[in-house]
Structures are given as C-alpha cells and as structure tokens.
Design a protein around this ligand. Structure first.
Ligand code: ZN
Length: 342
C-alpha cells in the first residue's frame, strides 16, 4: 500500500511517500481502508522527535482515522466488513484498575494511534477492534476525520476537568486552532459566555461565526486588559489554555477569584513563572489535561452526529502532499483542521 512515512526525526522534509507492506490485522483487530485522516499537532511533535519516544522506523503518523472495515479479526463481534467506522485514537491496556474504572486516559500504557503504533497516513491501517466506533451521522469523511482528537481533548478539559457551568465566563486561548475551535463550540453548548482569542481579523470573524460572544486579537490587544473590561474587572471563571510560556502567565492573570485554568499544551514553552501569592490568595485552580476518556469521545459523537457540534475543516489535502500540510500548520496559516485524503 501507499503510505507517508519517515525514517528519521526532523522537519516536514523527512516525510516521504512510499510503498510499504499492508498491515496484517490480528484476531482482535480490524483492517481499515482509510478514507480520511486528520492531522494533529501531535504528529508534528512526533515527527520532530519527542523526548523519550523510541520508534521503530519507518514510522507512519496519523491519529484521526475514518474509513471502511476491510478485514475483521475473528474475535471482533461488533464490526463487520463493509461497515463505516470512526476510529477512537486512544490506546490503553483495558486491564488495569484505571481502565476498569473507565479512567482509561490514566492507564500507564495509555497511548495514541500514530504515536508509537503506526497510524493513518496510509491507504490502510490495522487498529484494535474496540477502537472502531459507529460512524457519526451522515458526515463527509473529511469532516468526521476532523473530530476525534481535538473534540475529545477539548471536551475532557472543559467538562471532565474544569466542569464549566452555564453562565460562567470562559476564555478560550487560540480559538483558531483545532482544539480551540472545538472548545469555543463546547463552551457555548454548555451555556457559558465565550471570549476567544486569535491573531488576525479574519480568524476573529470565524470565531464569532462558531459561537464566540466576544473576540480578542492577541496580536494587537492586551488580552488581560480586554478580559477585565469585558468582565467588570472580575476576570473569567475558566480559562482554556494550550499554548504555554508567556501566554500561560497572562492567562493565569485573567482568572477571577476561585477561577480554574485548564491546559493541554505548551507549544510556546513548558516552564513558566507562577506567583504563588496569586495562586493561593485568589483561590485559583490549575488543571492539567491530556486527551480524554474513551467514554467522553462517545459522548461528543452524539453532538457531532446531530449537528450541535461541528467539525471545523481548514483544508483537505491529498495524502501525497502531507509535507505541505505540515508546513501550513507550522506556519499557523490554518483555521481548524487540515485533513489528508488518500
Ligand atoms: Zn490500563
């Protein structure tokens, strides 16, 4: 089959199209014909070389796979050949106390398809049968492939971790990214007042269309000052953060007394300054979050299926042009998800 692989860590230039052997599904696995595969920032980090990540080369990226079941292992009962499936990107052991409790995201063996295990930048991929979820509604392949990782991440952050409530003010940092555009919609769905940031007028316009009540241009405006203005100097109850560095520090400053900040990323830097006097004096809560529970993806898919949450697709790119797609994301030119199709 044709796949986009890399042999060594590096920039987008290490991605190359190649013929590779077809994956052989085990008894508890399903061979999926990939119809579309969403690109995530995680792919860029894995390609560049994540600390401590030892990969068998060549490696195939790709977390968010949708397609048709081609071959179904003998032990898989809920899928048959020809079924349309959306593949849950998360992997866990299924046997530890955390997995039994439904907290599969806390499993010691928790991983994501395309990180250690070969993913969907290919014509076919073998996945554990339990990861094959029913296809949501009548969505186009490229729309469905824009859903799993970012909606799961944003849902777990806002619902599972920050417990955002109706009427609260929620500041979504970087609303134009994949997770940001999911967070704006989820916060709106939950009944919060949504304040979203982005770095261009065009992106702010799109954030309003997605449901943001207020928008702030972080390139030209002081986000903290705007938030104080919009909240009668109180600050917001919840901040949705995924950038890190100086942005994280500003975001902490935008919190109201008793506010919660939830973060899932540190693209701009993992080490930050934190004034402990502010943390305890203002009764703040800082929450870490990575991916989410499988049950939460099933929950999100109900809202995707009936159209109350909508995948945001920036562009659909042929698999062979994965390199160009990575360059577009690195240049931050995109709004929403870039999706590969074979
Ligand atoms: Zn486990």
């Amino acid at each position: 089959m044709r796949a986009v692989v890399f042999e060594r860590f590096g920039g987008p230039e290490v991605l190359e199209v190649r013929e590779v052997p077809d994956p052989r599904p085990g008894a508890d696995e399903v061979l999926v014909e990939v119809k579309a595969c969403g690109i995530n920032h995680l792919d860029l980090w894995v390609r560049a070389g994540l600390r401590g990540l030892d990969l068998e080369m060549p490696h195939i990226l790709g977390n968010d796979v949708v397609g048709v079941a081609l071959e179904v292992g003998a032990a898989v009962r809920h899928v048959k050949a020809g079924d349309r499936v959306l593949v849950c990107p998360t992997l866990s052991c299924g046997a530890c106390p955390q997995c039994h409790a439904g907290d599969d995201n806390l499993c010691r063996q928790y991983d994501v398809l395309g990180r250690r295990r070969n993913g969907g930048y290919a014509e076919r991929v073998a996945v554990p049968g339990v990861n094959c979820l029913p296809y949501p509604g009548e969505l186009a392949w490229s729309d469905a492939a824009a859903v799993p990782l970012v909606f799961l991440t944003a849902w777990h952050m806002l619902v599972g971790r920050a417990a955002l409530r109706p009427g609260e003010d929620c500041l979504v940092i970087g609303g134009g990214s994949g997770v940001g555009s999911a967070a704006v919609q989820i916060a709106r769905l939950l009944g919060a007042r949504v304040i979203a940031t982005a770095g261009s007028a065009a992106k702010l316009e799109r954030l309003r269309a997605l449901g943001a009540h207020e928008v702030v241009n972080h390139a030209t405006e002081d986000v903290g000052a705007r938030v104080r203005e919009l909240t009668a100097k109180q600050g917001v109850e919840v901040v949705f953060e995924h950038v890190g560095g100086a942005v994280f520090e500003q975001a902490v400053g935008a919190l109201a007394r008793g506010g919660r900040l939830v973060t899932c990323g540190a693209t701009a830097g993992g080490s930050v300054g934190l004034d402990l006097n502010m943390l305890f004096g203002r009764h703040l809560t800082l929450l870490g979050s990575w991916m989410g529970r499988r049950a939460e993806l099933v929950e999100v898919l109900r809202f995707i299926g009936d159209g109350r949450l909508k995948p945001v697709v920036d562009s659909v790119v042929p698999l062979a042009e994965a390199r160009r797609a990575h360059e577009r994301i690195e240049a931050r030119e995109h709004f929403g998800k870039v999706v590969l199709v074979p």
